[in-house]
Every structure is written in C-alpha cells, then in structure tokens.
Ligand binder design. Sequence first.
Ligand SMILES: C[S@@+](CC[C@H](N)C(=O)[O-])C[C@H]1O[C@@H](n2cnc3c(N)ncnc32)[C@H](O)[C@@H]1O
Length: 478
Amino acid sequence: MTRDSKPFPSRANPLRAKARPRTATRQGFIPAEVARDAEAAKVPGLPARLAAANVIADVVQGGHRLEDCFSPLAVPSRLSGLEGRDVALVRSIVTVALRRLGVIRHALASLLDKGLPRQAVRLEWPLIAAAAQILFLDAADHAAVDLAVRAVRLEPKSAPLAGLVNAVLRNLARRREEFLTQAQTGEFDTPPWLAQRWRKTYGEAAARAISAMHMLEPPLDLTVKSEPGVWAERLDGIVLPTDSVRLVSRTAIAELAGYAEGEWWVQDAAAALPARLLGARAEERVLDMCAAPGGKTAQLAQARAIVTALDRSAERLKLLAANMERLGLHADIAVGDAMSYAAPPFDAILIDAPCSATGTIRRHPDVAWTKKPGDIDALASLQTRMLDRAAALTRPGGRIVYCTCSLEPEEGELQIAAFLRRNPDFKRQPIIAAAEGVPAEFVNADGDLRTLPLHWPADDPRLAGIDGFFAARIVRQE
Ligand SMILES: C[S@@+](CC[C@H](N)C(=O)[O-])C[C@H]1O[C@@H](n2cnc3c(N)ncnc32)[C@H](O)[C@@H]1O
C-alpha cells in the first residue's frame, strides 16, 4: 500500500447548493400513476423515460439498490406496463446514468449557472436521464430532449421550467465533445469519500485506475462445469487464466447456449476464487454461511461436498433453489441467521459475508451512490461476529474461507488480522499462487487473495478487469 500526493478534486453534488439527506422514499420524479396515465402512454418512449427518471431518484435519493428496483417485487414498480424492450431501455439509461453520475452532474451544473430552482429540485432526475442518453447512449439527441421536456411538463411544479430544460439539454448536446473529454478520466464519477479511501489504501495511481475501470461496462463471466475451452468457443468468448469463461455479449443470458442445460452459471471471475480456495472434497460437510443466490454454493456442490446453504433471506434462497435446480446440483437449504445457527461442527465453512460491495461498482454502479462511510464500520462489526460464529462451528483441523467483495481493508485485511489475534487456535493457510492456479498478482504479502478492478488489463477494454475481492483461508488447529 502506498500513498501518493495528488488528490482527486473533492466534489459535492454541484447541481444543488446543499445536498439533501438521503431518505428511504419512493417519491421519485413523478407519481407512478401519472407516469402510466393514458396521455403519457400515447407518446412512444415517454413511459420508459419517466420510469428511468424515477428509478434514478429511487436509487440516488431513496438509497434503494438498483437490482431491487428491477425486481418484480418492487413497491411501487416503476416498470409496470412497460414491455420487455422498454424495460431494457430503462435499464441501460439508468445503468449509464449511475455509472457516470458525477460527470453528468458536473456537465449539467456547468450549464445551469445558478443550479436548480428550489421549487423544482425534482428536475434533476429527468435531466440526468436525458443527459445520460445524450452523452453516453446512441439515442438521437432530439428524441432525448423532446421526451425530457414532455416528461417535465407532466409534473406540475416543474412544468413552468420546461423551456429551461429544453435549453440546457440542447446546450449539452452542442457541447458534448467538451464534456466527453472531461469525462475520460472517471474521477468525477467516484464519490470523494471513496476516492480518498482508495488513495489511502492503494495509492493515487491505483485509486485512479480503479475509478477508470468503473467507467467501463464489464464483460460477462461464466463459471462452467467443465471444458471451459469448448464453452468459450461455442459462446465466442475467451478462457481466463483461472478457467472462467469471459464473453462480450448483449444476448439475454437465458438465450445463450448451455444455459437451459445448466452447463454454467454467471459469476465474476474473482467471485469464483474463494470457493476454490476452500478446496471442498467429496463427502465433506461444508457450510455456505451466506449462500444466496448461490454462485459459490454451486461450486461447492459441483465438488460433491455435502453442502448446507444458509442465508437469512428466504426470498434470495428461492433464487438459490431455482439456480441449483437448473444446474442439476444439490444443497440442503436452511433459512436462518448465521449468528444463531447451530449444527454439528463442519469440515469447512465459507463466509461470503454481507459487505459494502465496493469491489463490484463496475457491475453495480449504484453501490457508489447508495453506500455511505458509516456503512463500512457497521458491516465490519457484523463480519466480526460472523467470523466468530463460524469459528465455533468448525471442527478441529477444519478450515474457513472468509471473503468479501469489498475494497475496504476493514472488511478484509484488518478483519482477518483481528480474528487471528482473537483466536490463537486458528492459523492462516496462505494461498500458494502457482500450485492453486491463482495469478500471483492476486495474492498479497500475507498469502491472502486481494483482487482489484484494475487487474487483468486487456487490449480490448471490453474484456478487461475483475471484481475487487478479499479472501483469507484459516485453519483450526487439531
Ligand atoms: C454477498 S451475499 C452472498 C452471495 C452468495 N454467496 C453467492 O455467491 O451467490 C451475502 C448474503 O448474506 C446474507 N446475510 C446477511 N446477513 C446474514 C445473516 N446474519 N445470516 C445469514 N445470512 C445473512 C444476505 O441475505 C446475502 O444473501
């Protein structure tokens, strides 16, 4: 870990004089019933733009997870009444808007000298949705501008400002190249508190490289049951050094060859490593302590271990069950809280702990805007208790792999150091990179796994990068 000198510029939301506190509301830009009303529905493309503005508000203002906004269980659903093609459009607008939120806000602020009028702060959401299309999607500028203006006219408090919205978005389209040049570094798109953390932990250059990776749409990684070379060829992908198959695909996942037959599952190449490090063997009793939706459970079951898949979320375990069924694999499913879970000691335990998920911002750009500094300490103390519970459930001679998809040391390096100090009967079993098929650059000086989004650069940027993961393997002394 190094420290360099040049800091990122620090930026609050430049569109507002004072950032408002996050509220867990679903107020959005416009009430869902207006978005669905007959007049709006008559204009092609308008319901999708209204839905996009509302989802952006739900995430950035309401703190909701992006995936939850697209769940059929979302209340209220911003997507009801939309056809599949429109839902895909909403997803692409919202994803790029969140990926590039910092630079979009910067561009809009440059065009709105005085920021947004107080009575019309909700204008931010349709403006962001339209700017995302103008700057980063292949949408025609006039359609993006026109539909944003129509959307604004539907919201009574904002309607008088439709002319302003029209002027701002036309100017944005005219000055697109200028803003795209400023957008190239990705610095605007990392919240200052996260940039500062990464600079402190990884140094200035690495922090910038991590932010740069977050600008890119990630590839699709698959874990295949067998024959990665064959599947890479069939799916027009490449085999990664760790045997995951990587694709650049816009085809719906369920339509790809091998999906229905259960030959593979979607899993970032870094996420596939912790279960491998556990080295589960046939007939061993293994606890997957935070199992849903089951990517790692599938790996453990594929190794023919006797797997208990524990998770406190019954909903997410339904997904796990469906995934396991498609894959033709078995695990015993248990709904419950890891902290009070009791069972005879296990041979091996995988803890894929709930965490800030800052290592997955490429795949989940909402994480950058929904997580707050205080979340890290709260999650780290939950992880501490989980580790201690897992220790009590491990037989003498048994092992634990603890992992998180976080870039934050409190949820990785510091967590495991503190565990080893508290539990002298456990010792770290360092990863032997070459022998275990793990790239040496992924293993830190202590012998733990530390992947960063900047790892695995590629000539074709669509094939570059990996999620940020930490994993440590610890063994209970006999
Ligand atoms: C990072 S996700 C697990 C991903 C999963 N291992 C996979 O590979 O697909 C963390 C999981 O921990 C679960 N969880 C959170 N707190 C828990 C607790 N106290 N006990 C059990 N599960 C918990 C969440 O419901 C969530 O499904």
